[in-house]
Design a protein around this ligand. Structure first.
Ligand code: BG6
Length: 489
């Protein structure tokens, strides 16, 4: 992994610079990087959008965003330094002649041009061609693309083809912000720096794996986008499959981007296809109905603002995934993700196998198996559930389930946990591709997800409703119950 601490100054151009992602996440992350002294002194940040605004307007918008979302004081001296970097450019991204307006704001002799596409993928092609025609690109220029990269395999290939007419693969940085999360990266350390896990990480020791990415939020004013996308494409195609590959890939030979990516691709290729024949047994689609979130009433998906009351879009998905390779034969991975669930919770549970022989059987007919629980967010940490003898000198050995728990905030009091975007923006500025997705990886993920979408369509599998504030439809419990298992409570 390249880990140079300094890098050439950059002109970071954010297309969609006044949009939700830019104002809620990117500006905040850039300000935090400033605070950490990780923005090169001469670097600039240029927001591009279609609105008639001035540089001063953008500075005021950025300041408002920080006040709203930073959760920290805005130190005046730091803000002064940060706002010097900011600029705004009004452009119509569909108009080729508008791209010429960028030129006077860039310093190609001294700065690397980073194009951050925080806009709908329908604009990706025209942005690439506009930049090319304006003659602002050189071999150092980079493009950072936000998800969704396409809606299915076909549209993803079209976008990738269009972008690669202008940029080489090494210049393309495809973001999945989960790969910037500290706890996701820690999976590499947990698995490949600790021999107790490297030797117990396969079908011999593990019974099954659960990955839950539950959100408390609903659609938050994004009904149109979400209704066209659905939870499978919005969350599972990217974030959950990325976590899955980190948990199940073979050890890469080193930390180079190509080594890690090729191991992840092998996992994606080994995912057993979901077909019209098995889709009802291995998938669950849900949609939230009205309910209560921490005792507050919330509307159902179909009653949200701007909703089409006939929508058939899923806000919850649960799957049983089988990885057809040597390491994971017979070890199902259960994935579930949903909106408006009981509370925000992202975790991985590794359920180890039962012991082959129980010497405590006179007192305990069944010994609960060990579990490794990795809390990705919030309350980042790792728990191991073990059985311990209850201290005492009297009578039989009494066993009790106990936890070895590691809380990141306790163990690393001096270290602030960086957000996913901070890490990824910094890596893009540094030109380190390790935490970004390759073309092959993303296309492979779409191919598999397309098979689910097609199977749902063929079998006319509609979402089952679940009350907001719960863990999804009852059929999600049945998915595991059929295999004699249950979701982690
Ligand atoms: C985004 C999805 O990629 O991830 C959103 O488009 C979702 O729908 C978000 O809410 C969740 O991210 P996080 O970091 O809050 O888990």
């Amino acid at each position: 992994m390249v880990s140079n601490t300094t890098y050439k100054p950059c002109d970071l151009v954010i297309y969609g610079g006044l949009g939700d992602l830019a104002t809620r996440k990117l500006i905040i992350s850039l300000f935090r990087l400033e605070k950490a002294g990780l923005l090169e002194n001469d670097s600039t940040i240029i927001a591009v959008d279609r609105y008639d605004k001035t540089r001063d307007d953008f500075i005021a918008i950025a300041h408002d965003s920080l006040k709203k979302f930073l959760n920290d004081d805005i130190e005046p001296a730091l803000w002064e330094k940060f706002q010097q970097r900011l600029n705004y450019l009004q452009m119509d991204l569909t108009q080729m002649q508008d791209y010429g307006k960028l030129k006077p704001l860039l310093s190609p002799e001294t700065h690397v041009l980073i194009n951050y596409l925080a806009v709908s993928p329908v604009l990706f092609k025209s942005i690439c061609h506009g930049l090319q025609q304006a003659g602002v690109l050189n071999d150092e220029a980079r493009i950072v693309m936000e998800k969704p990269i396409g809606h299915d395999l076909k549209s993803c290939i079209e976008i990738n083809d269009a972008v690669s007419e202008v940029f080489h693969e090494e210049q393309i940085f495809r973001i999945d912000h989960y790969l910037g999360k500290e706890t996701v990266l820690n999976l590499l350390a947990l698995r490949f720096a600790n021999s107790i896990f490297t030797t117990n990480w396969d079908h011999n020791s593990i019974d099954h794996i659960q990955i839950t990415v539950a959100e408390a939020v609903g659609i938050e004013g994004r009904w149109d986008y979400f209704d066209h996308t659905g939870q499978l494409r919005d969350m599972l195609q990217n974030h959950l499959l990325q976590i899955l590959t980190f948990v199940t890939m073979e050890p890469p030979v080193n930390l180079e981007a190509s080594s890690i990516r090729s191991e992840k691709i092998k996992v994606l290729k080994a995912l057993r296809p979901i077909t019209p024949h098995n889709v009802e047994q291995v998938t669950v689609r849900g949609q939230y109905a009205a309910g209560f979130q921490q005792a507050t009433p919330v509307p159902g998906y179909l009653e949200e603002e701007g909703a089409n009351p006939d929508s058939d879009t899923e806000t919850f998905v649960a799957l049983r995934v089988d990885i057809d390779n040597w390491r994971w034969a017979g070890v199902p991975v259960y994935l579930r993700t949903g909106k408006r669930m009981n509370y925000k919770r992202t975790e991985i549970v590794i359920n180890f196998k039962q012991l082959p022989h129980n010497i405590f059987k006179d007192s305990y007919k069944n010994l609960p198996a060990n579990k490794l629980i990795i809390h990705l967010q919030p309350n980042e940490g790792i728990d191991i559930e073990i059985l311990n003898k209850v201290p005492g000198i009297d009578g039989d050995i009494k066993l009790q389930k106990t936890k070895l728990d590691l809380s990141f905030s306790e163990a690393f009091k001096q270290n602030r946990l960086f957000g996913g975007y901070e890490k990824l923006i910094l890596e893009a500025l540094r030109g380190n591709p390790t935490l970004f997705l390759s073309r092959e990886e993303i296309e492979q993920a779409w191919a598999w997800v397309d098979s689910i979408q097609t199977a749902w369509k063929t079998q006319s599998l509609h979402p089952t409703q679940y009350p907001a504030g719960t863990w999804g439809p009852i059929t999600s419990d049945s998915l595991l119950a059929r295999d004699g298992r249950a979701w982690e409570a």
